[in-house]
Design a protein around this ligand. Structure first.
Ligand code: 5CA
Ligand code: ZN
Length: 410
């Protein structure tokens, strides 16, 4: 699918060090660098049934910062992102509003593109709609069945005697370098409620393990479906991201990322599916952005407590200020969007923009890079720029670094 326009990326003298990133699997800082010259990144994309909110934007800006640091460190970057354009919540919203689900997805993806472009987020090299790769997903599910790593569960309400297909997590753990819980660090007791809350079906009869996730859902009357070697139906959630990442980025990727709400079960099982398919560990680093709240609760389409990027921009808010409001928080922290935070960001943007051009000081660029090198410490990076402004102004090099690394063209 078409992504969106690529923002300009200026050259800056010198280089970043390859960054350290917090890895959810090991619970510590690890070098986020590929074995070779090409760093590969998979960030889970939107389910397009409502407009992009500040929570989505924060997650995409976090990993946009990673990509910017990688480029500054001299890596080539290959970045893939999915669009979950067929899924229960999307179908439910389309039915509620009496619109075609494809049309709803198309409209929301258009809005998302415009929001990401406004925020100067570097587009993915591969922006892949799930509906465009149902064939390869069906093939991957069939392969898992053939290898005894997936099994059919009768689905009486399905059309034409169809069956649902589930991942056999225990069998997969036996034959691949993956184990349930290795990434999230959760035990079964804590997994079960999260699994149920986030799309899983622990009480489905006929499963070998309550935590086995759905790989393929047999067609139900009135639901969209596609032919596949395992029958007419549509993909489960985790297998879509695994297949897109493997297809676009190769068997071992540098970073798998998304918001912390995806750590379990989504990323745990995307990694499991990928490892089961390839026999190799999936991502070197599993990185997760914190949740952005609004009025005391996680900002979410289902709760409806949204601050939409398009509404802010439509109201005349400078997208650079939105970016700075996001970057004022550590990406891994949970935080709350507030008007005061936006006002602070607007004041900061104005101060930076009107700062005199100076010769700069030794070490200024290093300070900015060093902050980002250390788990994308953007608050410290902003403070380094504030300090330069307070000392008298910004050098052309620091201005270029703000543009390249923070995505804010002054
Ligand atoms: N399509 C799936 C991923 S395959 C999905 O989770 N879509 S989403 O539209 O719900 O979320 C898109 C991205 O934004 C995900 O990475 C998710 O973790 C992140 N996200 C959602 N809500 C928030 C929030 N309140 N704060 C921060 N990130 C969020
Ligand atoms: Zn995903």
């Amino acid at each position: 699918m078409r992504a969106w326009d690529r923002p300009a990326l200026p050259e800056v003298p010198g280089r970043s060090e390859p960054p350290l990133l917090w890895d959810s699997a090991t619970g510590g800082l690890v070098p986020a660098a590929p074995g070779g010259d090409v760093a590969t990144l998979y960030v889970c994309g939107i389910t397009p049934y409502d407009a992009t909110h500040l929570g989505h934007a924060a997650t995409y800006i976090a990993f946009d910062t990673l990509q910017r640091v990688w480029r500054d460190a001299g890596f080539e970057v290959r970045y893939a992102q999915n669009v979950t354009d067929v899924d229960d919540p999307l179908l439910e919203r389309a039915a509620r509003d009496g619109v075609d689900w494809r049309e709803l997805a198309r409209t929301e993806v258009d809005g998302y593109r415009a929001d990401m472009a406004a925020l100067s987020v570097i587009p993915p090299d591969a922006f892949v709609a799930v509906t465009d790769i149902v064939g390869p997903i069906g093939g991957a599910v069939a392969e898992l069945v053939a290898r005894g790593l997936a099994y059919a569960v009768p689905a009486p309400e399905a059309s034409d005697d169809g069956v649902d297909v589930y991942f056999d997590a225990t069998a997969a753990a036996d034959v691949s370098p993956w184990a349930l819980g290795a990434e999230s660090g959760l035990d079964r007791e804590r997994m079960l409620p999260l699994f149920a809350e986030r799309g899983g079906d622990p009480d489905r009869e006929g499963k070998r393990d309550r935590l086995d996730p759905l790989l393929w859902r047999a067609a139900r009357p009135g639901e969209p479906s596609w032919p596949s070697p395992v029958g007419e139906g549509r993909p489960g959630w985790h297998i879509e991201c695994a297949v897109i990442a493997l297809d676009e980025l190769g068997e071992e990727i540098t970073v798998q990322a998304g918001g912390s709400d995806l750590l379990f079960p989504h990323h745990e099982f995307s990694s499991g599916h990928a490892a089961a398919l390839t026999g190799r560990p999936f991502a070197r680093v599993n990185a997760h952005a914190g949740m952005v709240a609004y009025r005391g609760e996680k900002m979410s389409k289902s709760l409806g407590n949204l601050v939409k990027v398009s509404e802010l921009v439509g109201r005349g808010v400078d997208p650079r200020a939105i970016r700075l409001a996001v970057l004022a928080h550590r990406y891994r922290d949970d935080w709350e969007w507030t008007d005061a935070g936006l006002a602070e960001a607007e004041a900061r943007l104005a101060a930076w923009r009107t700062a005199p051009v100076t010769g700069g000081e030794e070490g200024e660029l290093f300070e900015l890079r060093e902050a980002l090198h250390h788990d994308l410490d953007t608050p410290r990076a902003l403070a380094a720029v504030d300090a330069a402004v307070a000392r008298g102004g910004l050098s052309p090099e620091l201005r270029a670094a703000v543009h390249l690394l923070l995505g804010v063209q002054l």
